[in-house]
Design a protein around this ligand. Structure first.
Ligand code: NAP
Length: 508
């Protein structure tokens, strides 16, 4: 019997999961993200005793709040949004270490007060000067905050301590703005100190793509152009813009979802095996995938953009995108994108990767569907289909998390008829535990300094290099904006994109 080789480099998988004592400074602490995601995630980490001794939070925002007001607002957020119900005893002990500094991002005096507060906390908690700065603010404030941290000497790393910066999406709105932002942050922090969040990478099921591929022996040999016919990454949302019309008008589906989340999932599906599960090993392989994706030459033929009109979703009548609050009545922003990419490397040459994402679709679902090539000879009669039904592997990322494999099975009887059936794995029934929220894992990893699940600049830049020409072409009228009724599966042109290749979208 052979056993797997032991390799100390694989330590990433077995890292001790208790971070150093540290202070987390949240810029934008009175905002939606902090109350909805960040503090509930921290509370759950506290509940599971995963936060280090000597951990504290300092909220920083404009509102004139006291520590007590900040704690009350965060308690409200945890009551509403926490994965596990709030328990008073745990909350009281956690809330003692929540503090607040009120200041405009532009005011140097605010950063001085922040510095004094941090020094006091270092003394009280023995945090040793370790700081995690989290930018939970509008992206236009990122550069200013970083510069002010530098001027107040808060970005400086003292002996033996660490300083890190966590940046929310979006990272730029095109190649040029992303490069400008990178230069601004790079003037203050080194790349290894910058943790760019893509919360998809914090999802258990997204991480499971790596485990499924490289933690099993049987899939990797068929994970290539010899066996795979096409790969589809799909995100369906039933919601519209949920009151964030103003934000969406500046972004659209390509910037909001494709440039980051879908491209990251594609990279995990397509990348080569890694020698270790550590930050740069995984990110090096993902970067190679991004660089192997061919620039889209035929933008009109390979991309579809569309916007929803009024319709019914899950039995409820909903307005069209242009009728949403904060949206221009003649808006040309896309709420749906479908596109075809090719990864021209040894493994994937000739295999199309189709991506699609849309709002107001009939179902909420995120999945990767891998269709395999059919057998060379049709020996059996297929039931309910003209040709042999190909094997299909579906990685369901959310909801109904799981994996299913479709294969042909003999229909009972005296004839050799074949019908497709499914083998199905479901997280819920197999493990019976609630997976942690993406932000729990990501906050913990940032405190640990583990950057594996964060995006690196070269990957972000490569994704913008690929997609900025698409945005530019669309702006000049290439691939006209299409429309689809809310509650439908998107515009006809998305179906045509597949039909031209003799394929169809997997039904989610
Ligand atoms: N909300 C989400 O679920 C979500 C999900 C993924 C990513 N994100 C990203 O996370 C970031 C934050 O989003 P959000 O929804 O939390 O935004 P938000 O609710 O608008 O909050 C903005 C925060 O920034 C503060 N702020 C704004 N201008 C300021 C200034 N000049 N000086 C000091 N403080 C200032 C606000 O403080 P005051 O209100 O006290 O002025 C508030 O705390 C964005 O980049 C967004 O794209 C959000």
């Amino acid at each position: 019997m052979t056993s797997p080789t032991r390799n100390p480099l694989r330590a990433g998988l077995h890292m001790p999961r208790t971070p150093d004592p540290c202070a987390l400074v949240v810029f934008g602490a009175t905002g939606d993200l902090t109350a909805r995601k960040l503090v509930p995630a921290l509370y759950n980490l506290a509940r599971e005793r995963l936060l280090p001794m000597g951990f504290s939070v300092v909220g920083f925002a404009r509102r004139d709040w006291s520590d007590e007001q900040f704690r009350a607002a965060m308690k409200d957020g945890v009551s509403k949004f926490s994965r596990e119900p709030l328990q008073d005893e745990i909350w009281e002990s956690f809330a003692r270490d929540l503090h607040y500094v009120s200041s405009d991002f532009a005011d140097p005096a605010g950063y001085r007060r922040l510095g004094e507060r941090l020094t006091k906390q270092d003394q009280a908690h023995g945090a040793g000067g370790n700081r995690l700065f989290y930018l939970a603010t509008q992206p236009t404030a990122y550069a200013e905050i970083a510069q002010n941290l530098k001027e107040a000497e808060l970005s400086r790393v003292a002996d033996g301590s660490w300083t890190r910066l966590v940046v929310e999406k979006p990272f730029g709105r095109d190649l040029e703005s992303a490069r400008k932002l990178d230069r601004s942050l790079g003037a203050v922090f080194r790349e290894r100190q910058i943790f760019r969040i893509d919360h998809y990478l914090g999802k258990e099921t997204v991480q499971n793509i790596i485990v499924f591929r490289f933690g099993n022996g049987i899939f990797e040999p068929i994970w290539n152009r010899r066996y795979v016919d096409n790969v589809q990454v799909s995100v369906g949302e039933t919601v519209g813009v949920e009151g964030r019309g103003g934000y969406y008008e500046e972004s659209g589906a390509l910037r909001d979802m494709v440039q980051n989340h879908l491209m990251q999932v594609l990279a995990l599906v397509a990348m080569e095996p890694v020698a270790s599960f550590t930050g740069d090993a995984v990110r090096d392989e993902k970067a190679k995938v991004f660089h192997a994706i061919m620039p889209i030459e035929d933008i009109a033929g390979s991309t579809v953009r569309a916007q929803y009109t009024a319709g019914a979703v899950l039995g409820e009548q909903v307005p069209g995108y242009r009728q949403e609050p904060g949206v221009a009545p003649d808006s040309r922003i896309e709420t749906y994108v479908a596109l075809k990419l090719t990864v021209e490397n040894w493994r994937w040459a000739g295999v199309p990767f189709y991506l699609r994402v849309g709002k107001r679709l009939p179902k909420r679902a995120t999945e990767v569907a891998i269709t395999f090539k059919t057998p060379p000879l049709q020996l059996f009669r297929q039931m309910g289909s003209e040709g042999p039904t190909p094997n299909l592997l579906v990685l369901r990322i959310q909801p109904d998390e799981g994996i299913s494999l479709r294969f042909g099975a003999k229909v009972p009887g005296t004839r050799s008829d074949v019908r497709p059936v499914n083998m199905d794995f479901r997280y819920g029934t197999s493990f019976g535990v609630e997976p942690p929220e993406a932000y729990e894992r990501l906050l913990l990893d940032a405190m640990l300094g583990d950057s594996t699940l964060f995006t690196r600049w070269d990957g972000v830049e490569a994704a913008w290099e690929l997609l900025t020409p698409v945005l530019d072409a669309w702006a000049s009228g290439v691939s006209p904006l299409r429309f689809y009724e809310a509650g439908s599966w998107g515009p006809d042109e998305a179906r045509t994109l597949m039909e031209r290749d003799g394929r169809e979208w997997h039904r989610m």
